[in-house]
Design a binder for this molecule. Sequence first.
Ligand SMILES: NC(=O)c1ccc[n+]([C@@H]2O[C@H](COP(=O)([O-])OP(=O)(O)OC[C@H]3O[C@@H](n4cnc5c(N)ncnc54)[C@H](OP(=O)(O)O)[C@@H]3O)[C@@H](O)[C@H]2O)c1
Length: 265
Amino acid sequence: MSNYKDKVIWITGASSGIGEALALQFAKQEARLILSARREEELKRVGALTKLPDLDLLILPFDLSDTSKATALAAQVMNKFGRIDILINNGGQSQRAEALETDEATERKLMEVNYFSIINITKAVLPYMIRNKCGKIVVISSVVGKFGFYLRSSYSAAKHALHGYFESLRLEIEKNGIHILMVCPGKIKTNVSVNAVGEKGKTHNVMDESHKNAMSAEECARQIMNGINNNQEEIFVGGKELAMLRIRRFFPNLFSKMIRKQNPF
Ligand SMILES: NC(=O)c1ccc[n+]([C@@H]2O[C@H](COP(=O)([O-])OP(=O)(O)OC[C@H]3O[C@@H](n4cnc5c(N)ncnc54)[C@H](OP(=O)(O)O)[C@@H]3O)[C@@H](O)[C@H]2O)c1
């Protein structure tokens, strides 16, 4: 029997890439879905692909750079479904620009989209989960949430911040039956580099070489679903690039040499 049948799952960043793949795989397991991102038409496209009846699907567009209505959005979800079992904080935007070419407005936007918004949505959902004494929060971080990398300064900082926040929150709320999973993807074949903020705040608009032959979003989604199901606290998803995490841990001097030789794209 499906582990996700009738579970109410809210996915941000559901209009493409990893979020879309998650939506389609959860739908196959008869979950009830809330799909969020900015582009309503793309959310509707994904919604149609799920083949879920209207009763089991809510298209809820919003911009992560303004989550002042997070409480109202969560209330809208509760009105329709009466509970939220899993929140997947997946929406985000990467960066392909040197720190010195990134102005303060862009730095703040990257922090807003990749860090503050995630906290706001989570805090809007948590009271309902606490009331039900169960719930799962999933946070899509990155390997650059574990170490810094070329052209990713603000994005990497935001992803690092997520670990500090959610590892602390986990200790405070697990007594309420709430589980937190941190996911650190390496390279996944999506439009993440195309949609990244480039120099002077402009969209990067290029599919990085390293993403062209990377792990598929479908396989990434499958591994995330296993991580949720197995109540894991942290998982790493990707290909050979994940070796850098072990090298950093066990051979920090070697890591220091190797990281400098990596292609930023
Ligand atoms: N692909 C990778 O290699 C990789 C590696 C590490 C981590 N990640 C993380 O994985 C997550 C999903 O990314 P992806 O790879 O699937 O890339 P993607 O295809 O670019 O998807 C990003 C999603 O986030 C949404 N989004 C972006 N900015 C938003 C905003 N301001 N407000 C609301 N929604 C916004 C996008 O929808 P709209 O444009 O419709 O708003 C889209 O649905 C991100 O958190 C990313 O940092 C990806």
